[in-house]
Every structure is written in C-alpha cells, then in structure tokens.
Design a protein around this ligand. Sequence first.
Ligand code: MRU
Length: 332
Amino acid sequence: MITPFSFTENHFRILDQRRLPGEEVWLECTTPEMVAEAIRSLAVRGAPAIGIAAAYGLVLASPYGRDELMRASDILVRARPTAVNLEWAVRRVLTAVSLAGDTDLLSIVKQEAQAIWEEEKLANEAMADRGASLFVAGKTCSVLTHCNAGALATGGIGTALGVIRKLHEQGKLAMVYMDETRPLLQGARITAYELHQDMIPCTLITDSMAGWLMKLGRIDAVLVGADRIARNLDAANKIGTYALAVLARAHGIPFYVVAPRSTFDTQTSSGEAIPIEERDTSEVLAFLGSRIAPPVSAFNPAFDVTPQELITAIITEDEILSGHGRDPSGTA
Ligand code: MRU
C-alpha cells in the first residue's frame, strides 16, 4: 500500500503529492517549519494525514526542548484551518508530554506520533469493514467518490477509499466513479493513481458530470471523507461535496461520510462554525500552471459543509451514525 510519509532512523520524509501521478518525489523534512510548509502547500494533504504529519513535525522539534516544542505546535496548527485532525494530533502529543513529566521528550513525542499513525491505520480497517457491511452480498454496485480519501490522505487504506477497497475485495464492486475535483484535481491525480495501482475498476468524470450519471442510474451510492464533523454531525469536506449530497438526495441515492473519531470536533456545535479555508485564486484562474481566464476576480473556498440531514450515515471506526430514524443502508 502506498504511504504518504515515512519515518525511519529519525528521518521524516513526505511523498510530494503535488507531483503525482507523474513523479514520486520524496521531501526530506528536517524542521517543523518544513512540515508546516508541506501541509500548507498540499505536498501532504487529507485530514488524517496532515494530523500524523504534524505529530512528526513535533518529533523534529523535540530534541530542542519544551519551548521549541510549543513554538512548533503553534506553527503546525496554523498550517491549514479546516481539518480538525491537525489540531487534534498536536493537542494529543502535547497532552502526552505534560502527562509524562520529566521523561525523555524525544521518546515520548516519537511514541505518541507513532501511536497516532497506528491508530489511524486500525481505524481505516474498522471503517472499511463497517462500511462494506452496508452493501448487500451477491450484488455489485457502482459508487461515486470525490477528492481523495485514500491511503495518501490517511496513512492507512483510506476512509471512503478503504470502504471501496473492501467492497472490491468482497466482490461487491462494479465501478468507482471519481470526480476530478477542481481546482487541484485530487480525484484525477491521486484517487485515480491509487485505484489504478490497485487494479480496482474506476472511471474518471469531471465534477459537472456527477448529476447526469445519477440521472442515468449509474451511481448506487456516494462515499466521501470529511475534514471536520461538528457536534450536530454537519460535515466539512472538499469543495463540491455539498453539491453531491444535494444531487444524491434528489436522486434517492445513499450518501455516506466515512471518517474516524479524530475528525469529530466536539467543540463546534454546527457546520456554520467550521472554518473554511480560502486558497489563492490563482488555483481557479489557472489550470496545471497555465492561465485559463482573463484577469477577473475569482473565489476559491477549499471546502464546503454538508448539513447532517443530507447524510444517510456517517461510518466511523466504532459505529455507524444515522440520525432521525434513517436506515443506514439507504434503502428506506
Ligand atoms: O485539500 P485536501 O486535498 O487536503 O482535501 C482533502 C479532503 O477533502 C478529503 O476528502 C478529506 O480530508 C478526507 S481524507 C480521508
């Protein structure tokens, strides 16, 4: 399974996802600033993956003492605002440090970073099993996914792509449709790369084709990841997810969010309070580095929020959440 980073003999390397699928380039990160920049620039991306990367950013700071660790924490949590996993992982490492008292800082931080990564991998496996159990045996289905919620976004088998991998393994999958995911093409570049490598049947579409495919009856379910889930279960994910949820509801198609507990934000009451990252407008005005529009203004929110009433169920590692008496299998 492809991995977004590696940590061996105190070396932290990040696979530069901006270069995929053309080239596999590994960035050697030696400082927390380099990790924060890799997160900001999307060399490493995906909610659980940026949490794990931030934890390793703290490993790089810890030989220099507690003050340096605190300074690195501030830099890392500010790298991107929407995925709560980033803040969650940094807080978790700092809590482990404060509980450990005067023990060797480097070994505590390293141990906690490793534990976070291991737990995310296990959570991915558990979500895959739970999610696949919602799909009936003896029948194949075609699913639609958006952005990349796979190995490269999590460090495990993926959230939405973990369920999809499991469906494939269980002989329940006919086809995965992947939205290209404008403006940065995480679907076309990264999801397509992962599924192609694993020889899972997949078809790439542009974002604007999803509704028509649903109308044609070619989509049985939508499976996406999340970057932050509020207390009322509104879920932020890559821009375009909300539109898919509206389309799925209009066509009577189940819409599943697959996310680990590290993506749940109990401090935020509803989606309205989720901070939405706005990225540089050049990402919209240009395509693969070439300008495509005249000098007009542009708007580039990186995420949107799907209200809980449009979500059939949220699949987590320990339970399937389906509010308001909804049948999680999406058949009712
Ligand atoms: O901007 P990105 O590529 O970090 O956005 C990632 C997503 O929106 C994913 O769907 C989300 O993080 C879930 S990852 C398992």
